[in-house]
Design a protein around this ligand. Structure first.
Ligand code: BJW
Ligand code: ZN
Length: 248
């Protein structure tokens, strides 16, 4: 063990590395972005099957684009909160650290995180519905009713993962591998019901990692974690980090 690692363990009491964090919509709730499920959640007002499936895009691409344009404008007007910022700080202090998010809002990057495994894609990228073309587009809203692929002219769609679609296998494998070698995993603001993301903490647990969950309420994962910290992510993460961060 190196001197610096040893110091980190002695000073904090818990082994911080390899450290993995998995975030969900709850971490962005205090930035003003609605979650999907629960009171005020997106799926209370809109039906996921009408808006977040490949079939809905085939049926009515304009409707799907109206939904994503509304969300692009909303996200463009939101700022990262203290929880996003704390995770960016952790990235700079802990060498063996992996941030995995289910969020498509880009707020981890906006807060200063540099390496983020975005399991469900990004609202700030488009991709072609017909060819392999992918590109960044930060306009909010996208002015065309349905933008076209610059390479082949076919309809473009948000580069996000809809229900029934496979996640990017390279990103998923990186996330699962990080989980499999982690000693500590923090799970923040996810209902832990959407797979395969919801199973990533169990990969960590089966490999012997300590799991700490931060959420407003218990989730299906709660019986499997070592500690559930109930409350808003900004407060709970700040307090957890104060208790556990290396002091030298
Ligand atoms: C706070 C807070 C605060 C609030 N502080 N906390 C195995 C078993 C069963 C089903 C399946 C399975 N494998 C695959 C499936 C099917 C499906 C699935 O999981 N369905 C479940 C609903 C049952 N999965 C898929 O289709 C996935 N694809 C796949 O597996 O491909 C292979 C395959 C294909 C076909 C058949 C079988 C396999 C793809 C899933 C893609 C998910 N996409 C979305 C939309 C992304 C684009 C967009 O945003 O528009 O991703 S759905 C939505 O849910 C979004 C999220 O990333 C995801 C997770 O939601 P999250 O982040 O957990 O948010 P919420 O709202 O659910 O929870 C918020 C939490 O925060 C709550 O707990 C609050 O309490 C808390 N909170 N405020 C802290 N201030
Ligand atoms: Zn194309």
């Amino acid at each position: 063990m190196t001197g610096s690692n040893e110091t980190r363990i002695l000073m904090t009491g818990i082994d911080l590395e390899p450290f993995v964090v998995l975030t969900g919509a709850g971490i962005s709730a205090e930035s003003g972005i609605p979650t999907f499920r629960g009171d005020g959640g997106l799926w209370e007002k809109y039906r996921a099957v009408d808006l977040a499936t490949p079939e809905s895009f085939q049926r009515d691409p304009e409707l799907v684009w109206r939904f994503y344009n509304w969300r692009r404008e909303m996200v463009a007007n939101c700022m990262p909160n203290q929880a996003h910022k704390t995770l960016a700080e952790i990235e700079h202090l802990i060498p063996d650290y992996t941030l995995i998010t289910q969020n498509i809002d880009g707020l981890h990057y906006a807060a200063g995180s540099q390496n983020v495994l975005e399991l469900h894609g990004s609202i700030w990228r488009l991709r072609c519905s017909a060819c392999e073309e992918r590109w960044e587009d930060r306009r909010a809203p996208v002015p065309e009713p349905v933008p076209a692929c610059p390479a082949c002219g076919e309809p473009a769609r948000p580069d996000v993962v809809w229900f029934g679609e496979s996640l990017d296998i390279k990103i998923l494998q990186k996330a699962q591998q990080a989980a499999a070698r982690s000693r500590l995993m923090l799970i923040i603001g996810t209902s832990a019901i959407v797979h395969p993301a919801a199973a990533i903490p169990l990969v960590a647990r089966n490999a012997g990692a300590r799991l700490v969950e931060i959420n407003m309420e218990a989730t299906p994962l709660s019986p499997y974690v070592d500690e559930t910290l109930l409350g808003p992510a900004t407060e709970q993460l700040a307090e957890w980090w104060l208790r556990n961060r290396p002091h030298n």
